[in-house]
Design a protein around this ligand. Structure first.
Ligand SMILES: [Fe+2]
Length: 485
């Protein structure tokens, strides 16, 4: 039975039904000349009314790209043409159920495509010359520089299973570290891709059981995995129930893996069990981590500091269950000492927020600033941000930039100013030399790419997108020199 009553199919979430190319966009203010590249963002945009209940994670991925050069701007959007979406196009209707109400497509579609659709709707990342549209339950889908879909990739047959939508790229080595989880054993695999884009290492990681793991943290020397009890129940899913449930009684752990030990494992070792330190913690949930860095404590051992947006429980539901307690995420800092087996947890802000970002040149390093999407109306309606909080992580202070009353903003992506120095050691240079890019939709349904000077926290320009861009998930700024042909 088809239904379109979900709030995630209405208003700012309503999908758009065309693919456009627009040049010479109207620009209010002045675009900085140093902004030479493309902001590209992914998000769910279902091509057809859903079969069954719609979950906000279900929609077909659509990429929106705004290219900035010489103070001018152009726009392009394209669906990610997954095999599942192609089959639906052929049929002229939706064929796959979603996370809230799983339904199998017809047998001939299962034979060709599989039981689930690779929506590729969550993030879009450039690495090793490839532009990858990602969702966490499937392989990456590579797209070209015109956002045309090239197809799923498995790194030359080396990737078994799925890839998270939140890989981490080391700004010093160029390596990309990522994991893939599965409802079936092995529940988690960890992968390392070298700077050229070759997958060079894969190991299994032992979890307590199958869980939805959305993100993780990577410092210059360590990988930190959060085994949190958002538990898969495949049987319930196949019978139309919630496939992912919050089960705090199952326990929670933080796992630490030394990247050098991982690299030194003999090629025939396929498990990380001997190099993983697990520390038990009280259950909580994190969708997104801000960053992680190493802290050397003389003579006592090395600590890892991780920041992320922590909820007391899984803050969303996947079925008919309701949240029994408030679950707004707030920014926290964990200080992990693997040798001592301890974790301390400090709340850094009491304002709800999520979609945290740093200047990715400081990924894994002690970044001074973090940017967290925030809103004064959390819980009143589906996910909607209206501001960004700039945290000075060194001094414990923060400032807010407000996108306007009633606005619908998303993740604030940091685009660095390549003309201003930044030390790659994470300790020197101008740590906020760049701009925050964000797609912001007004209450009237008009979308602008808003460019905010990250240092002064002042708007310098806004690009009028000639169409409403539905609320989406994650995006990135790709400098023109790295944008694929
Ligand atoms: Fe995410």
């Amino acid at each position: 039975m088809s239904t379109i009553t979900s709030p995630y199919l209405q208003g700012v979430f309503a999908p758009v039904d065309d693919e456009r190319d627009d040049d010479e966009l109207e620009v209010l203010g002045t675009l900085p000349e140093a902004l030479d590249g493309t902001y590209v963002r992914n998000g769910p945009n279902p091509a057809y009314p859903p079969v069954g209940r719609y979950h906000v994670f279900d929609g077909d991925g659509m990429l929106h790209a705004i290219t900035l050069r010489d103070g001018r701007a152009s726009y392009r959007n394209r669906w990610v043409r997954s095999a599942g979406l192609e089959a639906e196009w052929e049929a002229g209707r939706a064929l796959f159920g979603g996370l809230s109400e799983f339904q199998l497509p017809p047998q001939d579609v299962i034979d060709r495509v599989g039981m689930m659709k690779n929506t590729a709707n969550t993030n879009v990342v450039e690495h090793g010359g490839r532009l990858l549209a990602l969702m966490e339950a499937a392989r990456p889908i590579q797209v070209d520089g015109r956002l045309g879909t090239l197809g799923e990739i498995d790194f030359g047959g080396r990737l078994a299973g799925s890839m998270t939508a939140h890989p981490k790229v080391d700004p010093v080595t160029g390596e990309m570290v990522f994991f893939g989880y599965s409802p079936f054993p092995p529940f988690l695999r960890l992968h390392v891709v070298d700077a050229s884009g070759a997958l060079v290492r894969s190991v299994d990681v032992d979890l307590l059981g199958p869980v939805m793991m959305h993100d993780f943290a990577v410092s210059a020397t360590r990988i930190v995995l959060f085994d949190l009890p958002a538990v898969f129940d495949v049987e319930a899913m196949l019978s139309g129930g919630a496939g992912i449930r919050w089960e705090p009684e199952r326990g929670a752990r933080i796992g630490v893996i030394d990247r050098a030990e991982l690299a030194a494992l003999p090629a025939d070792v396929t498990s990380a069990a001997d190099i993983t330190t697990w520390i038990d913690v009280e259950p909580f949930y994190v969708f997104h981590f801000l960053n992680a860095h190493d802290r050397v404590v003389g003579g006592i051992g090395d600590q890892i500091v991780v920041e992320g947006c922590r909820s007391p429980r899984l803050p969303i539901t996947f079925g008919d269950d309701v949240l029994s307690e408030p679950a707004q995420p707030t920014l926290h800092r964990w200080t992990i000492d693997p040798a001592a087996g301890t974790v301390s947890d400090e709340q850094l802000d009491d304002r709800p927020g999520d979609f945290p970002r740093v200047d990715d040149r400081f990924a894994g390093l002690p970044a001074r600033y973090g940017y967290v999407a925030a809103t004064g109306r959390w819980g009143d309606e589906p996910i909607a941000f209206d501001s960004v909080v700039k945290h000075d992580l060194w001094n414990g202070t923060s400032e807010v930039f407000d996108y306007g009353a009633g606005s619908y903003a998303g993740e604030a992506v940091f685009a660095p100013d390549p003309t201003r120095a930044t030390g790659s050691d994470g300790a020197t240079g101008e740590h906020d030399a760049g701009w925050l890019l964000n797609l912001v939709t007004s209450p009237e349904g008009e979308t602008d790419l808003v460019v905010v000077d990250a240092g002064a926290l002042e708007e310098v320009a806004r690009v009028r997108i000639p169409r409403r861009v539905p609320f989406g998930f994650h995006g990135n700024w790709v400098e023109s020199s790295r944008w694929p042909a």
